[in-house]
Write a protein that binds this ligand. Sequence first.
Ligand SMILES: [Zn+2]
Length: 60
Amino acid sequence: MIFSKEKTTLAYTIEKCPKCEKLHKRDFSEGDILFTISSKCTFCDGITTIEKIFGEILER
Ligand SMILES: [Zn+2]
């Protein structure tokens, strides 16, 4: 893998609550794996799972 100092990659994790179907976007943290249990839903008493992980490249 080649890293350029000119670009910064930001990774995000999308969590989804199966109970109320709310989506929550947060910064990716190491150890996040797709479709695993993530954290407690902030809207109901459900447990969110990781729905999507994506990265954005910032050029500057
Ligand atoms: Zn919920």
